[in-house]
Design a protein around this ligand. Structure first.
Ligand SMILES: Cc1cc2nc3c(=O)[nH]c(=O)nc-3n(C[C@H](O)[C@H](O)[C@H](O)COP(=O)(O)OP(=O)(O)OC[C@H]3O[C@@H](n4cnc5c(N)ncnc54)[C@H](O)[C@@H]3O)c2cc1C
Length: 408
């Protein structure tokens, strides 16, 4: 019997597998896709840099990201936040990554640490028993493990079976995105100078501009309304910046995604944990997804590996400490995103002509994913309960949790 079965080899699954295998656990990862595979989510936060270093990821092909810029092309307002101006001890940079390559490199670290990876293979069902989890794969193969890590991303394997998914409709509802290759040399130089992500404020939403190495830029439009057929073309036409950046460059395939924000209300239980998007996903305006997936995987491995060694992995309270940490992180970003959409936070606070330096540092702290230190006044403000009718996590769809009582 395996120690750990991991569903999914995205950043959460591969990082968890690498760290658990390194700690001496027998680990198998089942991944539905063949790698390298396309994936959205290219902009990382400084908080995950130490995890990447621990994993030994080679970042030479990634673009160094110094910070984040917010711009309103209509008013001409803009602000630039440099991670180096965050709290002492927080990494002064992050990375912009090409996801097919980044995810493949992470998976390779898991393999190098001793985990077994099976690609083009998917988990179809799981059954929990007092001392093990039995999984059945799509090809009929049966796998037994002492513990299950669900890192299945937005497929939310366990949450769908437990009926514990609480969707959040208060944020962006849909996105359309593409990459442009072959940027003009001057544009490339301009974008690569800081590697900053640029967030453009737009009516009913926002757009991302994420420079990648090799003269590539990723552009996406997120909207709170129904995604129009021509949303990408219209967004490009509306923006003088985007027109200038993309001039002469070749656009790759357009991709769309919708209804992506939710919380899994039961991310941990007896003999299982959900990490990364399988636990929670928030509107990507502050680029929290991959970084929280990596931190969640690290926190899980730190607690699960010794528990497996000591036979304590069946303790339902094993991950209580991790749950508290991640709850704080997701609640911080959820409230930040709520204020981004509903309170004019960017216009009133980010674009303020004379910002309070302490508050500015606090904003940079949150934008860096530096979420567990005391005394961040901005984060404390975000976490004040119950303001303006918004609460996190979202309420469960009424009938669901009762129906799922049989789950561990
Ligand atoms: C529009 C948009 C923009 C985004 N931009 C950013 C960004 O700029 N920065 C950022 O950090 N994040 C961003 N994200 C979020 C980011 O994509 C995710 O948070 C991140 O990929 C989560 O990693 P993961 O490992 O949890 O899941 P994934 O990377 O999705 O990996 C899950 C894996 O599980 C596999 N799988 C699923 N079901 C099964 C099964 N039954 N059996 C076997 N394998 C299975 C899938 O094939 C997949 O490879 C964005 C998301 C969206 C929607």
């Amino acid at each position: 019997m395996l120690d750990v079965l991991v569903i999914g080899a995205g950043p959460a699954g591969s990082a968890a597998a690498a760290l658990l295998a390194r700690a001496g656990c027998s680990v198998r990862v089942i991944e539905r896709a063949r790698f390298p595979r396309a994936h959205v989510g290219e902009s990382l936060l400084p908080c995950c840099v130490p995890v990447l270093e621990r994993l030994g990821i080679d970042t030479r092909e990634d673009l160094r990201k110094d910070g984040a810029e917010f711009r309103d092309e209509a008013s001409g307002d803009s602000v630039r936040f440099r991670f180096a101006e965050g709290f002492p001890g927080s990494p002064p940079h992050a990375w912009q990554v090409d996801r097919p390559s980044f995810d493949a490199r992470l998976a390779e670290r898991a393999r190098a640490a001793g985990a077994e990876l099976s690609f083009a293979s998917s988990v179809r069902s799981v059954a929990f028993e007092p001392d093990r989890v039995r999984a059945t794969l799509a090809n009929g193969e049966r796998v037994e493990a002492r513990y299950l890590v669900d890192a299945s991303g937005q497929a939310t394997f366990l949450a769908r079976r437990q009926r514990s998914l609480a969707p959040c409709y208060a944020f962006g509802r849909a996105a359309v995105y593409a990459q442009f290759r072959g940027l003009a040399p001057a544009v490339r130089e301009e974008l690569e100078e800081t590697g900053n992500i640029i967030i453009l404020l737009r009516p009913a939403g926002w757009a991302w501009v994420i420079p990648l190495s090799g003269g590539v830029v990723s552009v996406g439009f997120v909207t709170r309304e129904r995604l129009r057929e021509d949303a990408f073309a219209a967004g490009m036409t509306d923006s003088p910046l985007l027109q200038r950046l993309a001039r002469g460059a070749e656009r790759g395939p357009l991709r769309r995604v919708g209804d992506f924000s939710y919380a899994n209300l039961r991310p941990y239980g007896t003999r299982y944990a959900c990490v990364g998007d399988a636990a929670c996903f928030l509107d990507p305006v502050f680029s929290s997804g991959v970084s929280l997936a990596l931190l969640g995987a690290e926190g899980l491995a730190e607690r699960l590996a010794p528990a497996l060694a000591e036979g304590r992995e069946g303790d339902p309270a094993l991950l209580a400490g991790l749950a508290d940490r991640l709850d704080k992180a997701y609640a911080t970003f959820a409230n930040f995103i709520h204020r981004f959409y509903s309170t004019g936070l960017v216009r009133n606070l980010f674009f303020a002509p004379d910002p309070d330096p302490e508050l500015r540092r606090g904003i940079i702290g949150v934008l860096s994913g530096d979420l567990w230190r005391d005394g961040n006044r901005f984060q404390e403000m975000l976490l004040q309960p119950g303001r303006r009718g918004f609460s996190w996590p979202p309420p469960p769809p009424a009938s669901r949790l009762a129906e799922a009582e049989g789950m561990p």
